[in-house]
Design a protein around this ligand. Sequence first.
Ligand code: HEC
Ligand code: HEC
Length: 416
Amino acid sequence: MCLRTGIIICLLLTAATAARAATCTEVNARPDAWVTGRVDALILAARRAFEDEKAEPAYEKVLSGIATTIRQCKVDEDVVFVSRYPQFVQYVATLSLGSRPDHELGFEVPDKQYFTETAQFVQVPDFLLDQGFLRSVSRYETLPRAKAFLRQLNLSRKPGEQLIFFSYESRHLGTPDNDNSFRRLLIVVPGDAEKDLPDKWVQFGVTDPGMRARVRNVSVVTAVPGPEGTSNVYFKDFFRTYRRDGLITLKGRWELGFGDDKCVQCHKSGILPIFPENGSVAVEERPALLAVNERFLTYGSARFDKYLDERKYGPGLSSASEADRNRRFGAGFEKTVAGRAMTCSGCHHYNRLGTFNWPMDQVLLSSFIKGGKMPYGLKLQPAERNEVYDKLIQEYFAVSASNPGILKSWLLAQQR
Ligand code: HEC
Ligand code: HEC
């Protein structure tokens, strides 16, 4: 019996080894064909996941398949291969970080290490942990009381330290604990450059009117000024716990075992401007909305410290050359309305507002384009906006062999 089990295991192992050897022989014999095939599969799966999060597991499978072959066949140790496909090797390695269970944030270091090292930047200030405030900020009905508390705090804060706050409805996403909860109270707590204290953006999810179960999430983003017009941006989600005795406590979402998200996937430019649901900000709070959207622009280019170098994700939306555009969309395309509007990467690049490259968020991009905010300062008709959006996505994800898109061209580019 034991012998028989042993033989079966042995046969299975031999079969697995043989399959691996066959793959590696193929990779080594025809590396170009293998890389091209895998790049196509990866980009197609990424595009599907971009359009619909239900396609994410399939994308993860393609990605991990490629990463496994790279590892098993040791192509990342093969000098010739790596010098032929440096972007491909590095891109797969960077994307794969986020697939590891202890890297839910998608950063270079495990989540635990990130939260330990950055704790000083993302703590919720003590004065926002006041029990009365926590109780009133948790429900829509009692929000006026929460705001009265903040106004009271402002009476004893110096002009440069005034809290800026307003409530709004997000047009983009629910909270991590409730997909259907869109109400927020955002509080910008000004830092103190002299004391090296960064501005903190603290955002409370607010329970909808009449709902029983209260929303738990509280998010924090901070921007710590760095050299040459950059800021290092740090993230953390917290969950409130509503205890039976009435006490409300606050602890890290990840520490409580509720996982985490890849914040940078949406926060490419670090702190994001607030583009709320129409009419959801009260007239008297609109100056606060304007003030925070101006303030976010003063942070300069976002960096994510040693935790992520976004350049490893390659070039972004709209960075195609004129020749490429003419080939794809017809000669003279650059003179059309859509052609003139597809200039995102003029402002959204590494040294300004951050690059839109995969992984990126479909809801956010389509909302800013179709909602009329982007491209900045251009007045376009709805049909033109749809065209801009569709063509930007098409030229980024295209995999055609004769006319590869932005991502594929970069992944297969020869080293100069
Ligand atoms: C699916 C996209 C997405 C992900 C993932 C995401 N955010 Fe956001 N976040 C947004 C958008 C969009 C806004 C702007 C407000 C709005 O439209 O809801 C925002 C706003 C915020 C704000 C208010 C300050 C600001 O930047 O405007 C905080 C704080 C915040 N997010 C924290 C986080 C943290 C922490 C994570 C990761 C744990 C995270 N977010 C992950 C999309 C996302
Ligand atoms: C002339 C510069 C400029 C161009 C071109 C431009 N943007 Fe923006 N974009 C901005 C600025 C400035 C902001 C900050 C928000 C604001 O001030 O309204 C922004 C914000 C955004 C945001 C929200 C913040 C973020 O990083 O996610 C998105 C999404 C966005 N732009 C997408 C685009 C897309 C897509 C295009 C091309 C169709 C584009 N933008 C073209 C300047 C520009």
